[in-house]
Design a protein around this ligand. Structure first.
Ligand code: GLY
Ligand code: MN
Ligand code: MN
Length: 442
């Protein structure tokens, strides 16, 4: 079903900026997939591609956007499912070609069935086609065949594009720097996410199922106007806290277990990404608290150092150094920090990076490297996560028994400002005292 645009003007401004970034010699093709079959004749809930939605606000399946800078007509073209009153009775409304023009401000629109016939002509004369390869192999093959065909016919006039270029240097640079209206949506996503994590903290107790905790998270997201989780919620207790992307969420919380919840609400296609870890009983055991405080100190130090000009690599290195020092103090590792950093043995307990871009996608678009291949400096308007953790698997070798089966991750969402950072998810408890109080709250 079509989503009403947040604001047609907003998307028009984005398209104008994108056309400017492409320059006059490049056209672009952006696709949103057909619906995916779940089982039988049931499909998964549809989510448009973030790139296409970012430029159009158009949320239907089976859509292709063509952007043609400088074209005197049809500078933007949207191929869509045509209106079909009979199908719409069953599956919901469609904007159709008229709606794509009238409601979404696109210059021209055609039925998706006309794509193969019209696309070669729309690309002719441009040097480059900006397009993401490797996501839809069928479309890749069709596009390559069209380009080969255009090349073969060049002698009749009409230059074929010479290069296929990734979106990373143009569209994804735009998506990386969030505009005020995007930051407003991320703030709303963060506020709803805060309420959901607090609701789960109140509910968490030995005997409850991870599934019920997931349900209260989902319920809070949707009751407050979010579309739901922006990625599958991770709700792990006990040993499950040591599985990074545990999404079964099917165990019963045991007495003395930690609960780790990594869940973020999606609001109008922008998602939060937050993790909190806390004791189901409302009181950390000694070993749980010892690990928790190492992770918390590293996370707070990483947030405190973050500012424009710094790189995610520098944050990761500083954070990892603190975590490794803590692991040595706890007896999880021995020797010196430099030795353990050098031999990577800490990766048994901390095997992921500290940060990633956040926005429409939980691991959002945007290059992590500058043009020269160096880690790029942070700049105002970027949104990142900071999410250190320590995970001691039940069967980890050569570790004190008391730490087995303890996984801790603490994750917040940070907006890079002119002078430092704003923690968008600061309202969610994370000190030991605040967490224990939130877990015991009636
Ligand atoms: N929720 C996935 C991540 O934290 O990166
Ligand atoms: Mn994350
Ligand atoms: Mn996360």
């Amino acid at each position: 079903m079509s989503e009403a645009p947040v604001s047609t003007l907003d998307f028009a401004r984005r398209r104008a900026a994108y056309i400017n970034a492409l320059g006059p010699r490049a056209c672009a093709i952006l696709t949103s997939p057909p619906e995916a079959r779940r089982n039988g004749d049931v499909t998964f809930p549809f989510r448009p591609s973030s790139d296409l939605y970012y430029l159009t606000g158009f949320g239907e399946p089976d859509t292709v956007l063509v952007v043609r800078p400088g074209a005197t007509s049809e500078e933007t073209v949207l191929f869509v499912r045509p209106r079909d009153p009979e199908r719409e009775v069953w599956d919901g409304r469609r904007a159709g070609t008229d709606g794509a023009i009238a409601d979404y401000g696109i210059a021209a629109s055609y039925p998706i069935a006309e794509l193969c016939e019209r696309l070669p002509g729309l690309m002719t004369g441009f040097d480059e086609v900006h397009y993401t390869t490797g996501v839809d192999p069928d479309f890749d093959a069709r596009l390559l065949a069209m380009l080969a065909n255009l090349r073969a016919r060049e002698r009749k006039g009409g230059k074929a594009p010479r290069r296929i270029v990734d979106h990373v240097a143009t569209l994804h640079e735009m998506r990386l720097i969030k505009q005020p209206e995007e930051i407003a949506l991320l703030r709303t996503a963060a506020a709803i996410t805060a309420e959901a994590h607090l609701a789960a903290m109140k509910l968490a107790a030995p005997g409850i199922s991870e599934h019920q905790l997931e349900a209260v998270i989902d319920y809070t997201f949707r009751r407050r106007g979010g579309v739901g989780p922006g990625y599958p919620s991770i709700v792990g207790s006990g040993d499950n806290t040591t599985i990074l992307h545990y999404i079964e969420n099917s165990a019963t919380v045991g007495d003395g277990d930690l609960v780790l919840i990594d869940a973020g609400c999606e609001v109008a296609f922008y998602t939060a990404d937050v993790t909190r870890t806390y004791p189901a009983t409302g009181q950390f055991s000694g070993p749980q608290r010892a690990i928790y405080e190492v992770v918390l100190d590293a996370q707070i130090a990483a947030i405190d150092m973050t500012r424009p000009g710094l790189t995610l690599d520098a944050i990761h290195e500083a954070c990892t150094r603190k975590l490794v020092a803590g692991m040595i103090d706890l007896g999880l590792l021995s020797g010196s920090v430099d030795e353990r950093l050098a031999d990577d043995s800490y990766k048994k307990f901390y095997m992921h990076r500290t940060s990633h871009w956040l926005g429409m996608d939980v691991h959002d678009a945007g290059s992590y490297l500058s043009d020269g291949g160096e880690p790029r400096p942070l700049a105002p308007g970027m949104v990142i996560t900071i999410e250190p953790g320590i995970y001691v698997a039940r069967d980890a070798e050569n570790v004190p028994d008391a730490f087995r089966g303890i996984g801790v991750r603490i994750e917040d969402d940070l907006l890079i400002t002119e002078t430092g950072v704003e923690n968008l998810t600061a309202a969610i408890p994370k000190t030991v005292a605040d967490l224990e109080a939130a877990c015991r709250a009636p």
